[in-house]
Design a protein around this ligand. Structure first.
Ligand code: NDP
Length: 254
């Protein structure tokens, strides 16, 4: 369908070498986009490029550290040099350090905030001139249920994910007249490397998630393919500043 067609579009996905990022990258690749996989781990980067290539996409990897401003600028410049343009930026790279606020160190706080929130600013800031020059663009930021709720062991993570929603709204209003739409996705509990450890560390988490999620299951990276295509395509041209849960109903369940 033309509205969802991404042929000729170029998308960067930070953290696109696994988990939710790769799930979104695959969706956009199947819709016709060229994909830049941005991540630190070169082995994972290469495997993701291969998987995307098998879907028929033109895919390349750029080694990228989301916490470094120079690396964010180089990511955008490298994309334009290699693929000629930049239409879609997915700010997905993220980490968590599970500690209550009384024992978390400032260094740990800064690591989480820089990776999850400041990186979105640095990459969006670098991407804006290219998108403006192209006559428009799409930015998709990844929040969390912790954009809405709090929990004892995620002070920095929740602050970063709450911040990403407000950052999204701010960019959406700043850049709407440039035809750049900026939206956030709020994943529920998704089975990825990030949550594998949590399932071990947080006693009873697995069963609590199942009990609270109306859909009765954990989410998968592939559950994010459709929303990524929607927010990256012309189908969402009048949608901006939103934060859309992809959570099997978790956030509306008591
Ligand atoms: P993964 O651990 O599988 O993915 C995290 C990705 O972030 C990896 O690809 C990793 O790449 C990348 N990354 C981390 N730090 C950096 C950095 N400094 N520079 C560049 N890339 C970096 O977990 P998920 O797929 O679950 O997480 C993806 C996003 O979804 C995160 O923002 C997370 O907070 C969010 N999310 C996840 C939920 C879940 O339940 N899984 C729920 C809600 C939100 P590399 O390995 O190369 O470092």
């Amino acid at each position: 369908m033309r509205l969802f067609d991404l042929k000729g579009k170029v998308a960067i996905v930070t953290g696109g070498n696994g988990g939710i990022g790769l799930g979104m990258a695959k969706g956009m690749a199947e819709a016709g986009a060229d994909i830049v996989v941005a991540g630190r781990n070169t082995t994972k980067n290469a495997a993701a490029v291969e998987a995307l290539g098998k879907l028929g996409a033109r895919a390349v990897a750029i080694e990228h550290d989301a916490t470094d401003e120079g690396s964010c600028k180089a990511l955008v410049n490298g994309t334009v040099q290699m693929l000629g343009r930049l239409d879609i930026l997915v700010n997905n790279a993220g980490i968590n350090i599970r500690k209550t606020p009384d024992v978390m160190t400032l260094d740990e706080w800064n690591q989480v905030i820089t990776t999850n929130l400041t990186s979105a600013f640095m990459c969006s800031n670098a991407a804006y001139p290219e998108m403006k020059r192209a006559g428009g663009g799409k930015i998709v930021n990844i929040g969390s249920m912790m954009s809405i709720f709090g929990a004892p062991f995620v002070p920095a993570y929740a602050a970063s994910k709450g911040g990403i929603v407000q950052f999204t709204r701010s960019c959406a209003t700043a850049w709407a007249r440039d035809n750049i739409q900026v939206n956030a996705i709020l994943p529920g509990w998704i089975d990825t490397d990030l949550t594998k450890r949590a399932r071990v560390e947080v006693h009873g988490l697995h069963d609590r998630v199942l009990a609270r999620t109306p859909a009765g299951r954990w989410g998968t990276p592939e559950d994010h393919a459709g929303i990524a295509v929607f927010l990256a395509s012309a189908a969402s041209d009048f949608v901006t500043g939103t934060a859309i849960p992809v959570d099997g109903g978790f956030s509306v369940s008591g």
